[in-house]
Write a protein of this length. Structure first.
Length: 550
């Protein structure tokens, strides 16, 4: 166990530099500035090949112990770590925040991890660095130095000395040969068929100098041969859970992944959907999940898993979404960078495995897979894939949704309104109640795609009305009273956080109200419906506005 008093004493012998920072902070310290220092010190530690950087509060620049009352409880410390994680790349946060008593003074040590290999640490979408004693945006040359660091040793390219051709599954090799011919159409099929197995494996990149690589065993190895990868683990655990989160079925799958991926995907209850929200939004029946998307997400987990961490890939099926999880940092850094990147990546964690999966038509290497997953969900009017990147835990998770969350989002995508992929992603974040940058909010508001005030933004009802989807839904003849009540409740629920006026409710309901009544009678009828919802304790009046009950 580390002795933090010794660490403090050692830090006090150093001059302030790019990876050591002293601040007085007797009572408080600006939290946003803490975030900027976190980004800067994390990046500088990476550039100087350090595992950690340190920030010390309660010490003056001339090394006098002042003491600090900042973050005086464990709850406050954990709150700050959570805030840093929410606003930095890949949920990176302090490894530890340690209170230390020295000469009767309370000193805080912040242990800041270096940014992961090839990944820049951002704070609120800006990367920071140090220029002498100044805190500045990280220069482009330093960003490039981090992004294009020489790759670490490729675990999947290592030859397994005790593995032979007998460790490979014959059916897996046969399928690999078929897929290879599809990818490499310029090579005559007859020539590929004429290669012996060693030549084929060598040309596929999974045999080197006559030895089988770990990539060969992962994709083509017999189940019984997977133990030759130890301590690495090549396993996918599939679990089905119900709406209450209870496990109702599970199974573990291992090598050869070129075959077992199909077995895993057969386990999914990919339901045919016929009755979908919004009436005519989806005129055709479709599967709950797009085949390309569910396969691509699983292939990505296999391709980019950090097998050195000795963890399994998790694949969870719920009634509403599919959840994938693999071990390792997210090499592009952020999902935004992955979506914006053009061309082939310069670096892959598992270069040998990825290239073999390309040769066997399982993935591509031109950064198209993730973009296509987003595009497929957009075409289906479903929520975007939800990536959760945690570089502290070295874990990448993704949710693929198989249902609508907010009908207004689906209606907007179906309306024909011209939206960029970025705008779709921003609107998707709005429907999921996630943070969106101020610049994105400004763009969405200018286009009148959202309403409300920070942080309670919502997709504009005005836009939903313009699509005529909502209008068609509300103009159904002979609606029962409960349908009217449900419509009013949803309108109030999705309205401004400050509430909605009665005349706004009337404008919304006008076309759906009975046509055999004059305007005064319609308003009385509407007032009656509103009073019912109030009696049912579903909405409440505050001033002249109606809001839903908490």
């Amino acid at each position: 166990m580390e002795n933090y008093n010794d660490i403090l004493n050692h830090l006090l012998t150093q001059t302030e530099n790019e990876v050591v920072e002293f601040k007085t902070a007797e009572n408080q310290f600006d939290r946003d500035k803490l975030g900027r220092y976190f980004s800067a010190l994390s990046n500088e530690a990476n550039l100087r090949d350090k595992d950690f950087a340190w920030m010390v509060l309660g010490v003056s620049n001339d090394k006098q112990l002042i003491g600090t009352s900042f973050l005086s409880s464990e709850v406050a410390i954990q709150g700050l770590k959570h805030e840093i994680a929410n606003n930095s790349t890949g949920n990176l946060t302090y490894r530890e925040i340690i209170p230390v008593m020295a000469d009767g003074k309370r000193i805080l040590l912040f242990k800041i991890p270096a940014s992961p290999h090839n990944i820049v640490t951002y704070w609120k979408r800006i990367a920071y660095g140090r220029d002498g004693e100044s805190l500045v945006p990280l220069s482009q040359d330093k960003i490039d130095d981090i992004r294009y660091q020489s790759p670490v040793s490729d675990w999947t390219a290592r030859v397994v000395t005790n593995a032979t051709i007998d460790d490979l599954d014959e059916l897996a090799v046969a399928k690999a040969r078929i897929m290879f011919k599809k990818v490499h159409e310029r090579i005559p099929a007859s020539e590929v068929d004429g290669w012996d197995i060693a030549t084929f494996l060598t040309n596929s990149g999974v045999m080197k100098n006559g030895g089988l690589t770990r990539a060969a065993l992962i994709l083509l190895g017999k189940e019984i041969s997977a133990n030759k990868l130890e301590p690495g683990i090549a396993r996918v655990s599939w679990t089905r859970i119900d709406a209450d989160g209870l496990t109702i079925d599970y199974e573990h799958f291992t090598t050869p992944f070129i075959l077992t991926v199909d077995d895993i995907l057969k386990k999914i209850n990919n339901l045919t959907m016929r009755e979908l929200p919004g009436g005519t939004l989806f005129p055709d029946t479709m599967k709950q999940y797009d085949d390309y998307t569910i396969r691509e997400a699983l292939h990505n987990c296999i391709a980019h898993q950090d097998y050195r961490l000795n963890q399994r890939i998790n694949f969870v099926e719920t009634p509403d979404y599919l959840f994938y999880s693999n071990a390792g940092t997210f090499i592009p850094g952020t999902i935004e960078e992955a979506l914006e990147y053009i061309g082939q990546r310069k670096y892959y964690r598992n270069e040998c495995l990825c290239q073999a999966m390309v040769n066997f038509n399982m993935i591509d290497t031109i950064s198209r897979g993730i973009k296509t997953m987003y595009a497929k969900q957009r075409e289906r009017h479903f929520p975007m894939p939800d990536f959760q990147i945690d570089n502290n835990k070295q874990e990448v998770n993704v949710k693929i949704y198989g249902k609508v969350i907010d009908e207004r989002y689906a209606q907007l995508l179906a309306s024909g309104t011209q939206l960029s992929l970025k705008e779709c992603i921003w609107l998707d974040a709005i429907q999921k109640k996630k943070l969106v940058t101020p610049s994105a909010i400004e763009i969405l508001k200018a286009r009148k795609l959202i309403e409300g005030r920070a942080p309670n933004y919502f997709i504009s009802l005005a836009v939903a009305k313009k699509t005529k989807q909502l209008g068609e839904y509300t103009r159904m003849k002979g609606l029962e009273r409960d349908k009217y009540l449900s419509m009013i409740y949803e309108f109030v629920k999705n309205g401004s956080p400050e509430g909605v006026m009665l005349n706004q409710i009337f404008d919304f309901m006008n076309e759906a109200l009975p046509k055999n009544k004059d305007p005064k009678s319609q308003k009385r009828f509407l007032g009656h419906l509103v009073s019912i919802l109030k009696t049912q304790d579903k909405i409440v009046n505050e001033g002249k506005r109606w809001i839903i009950t908490k």
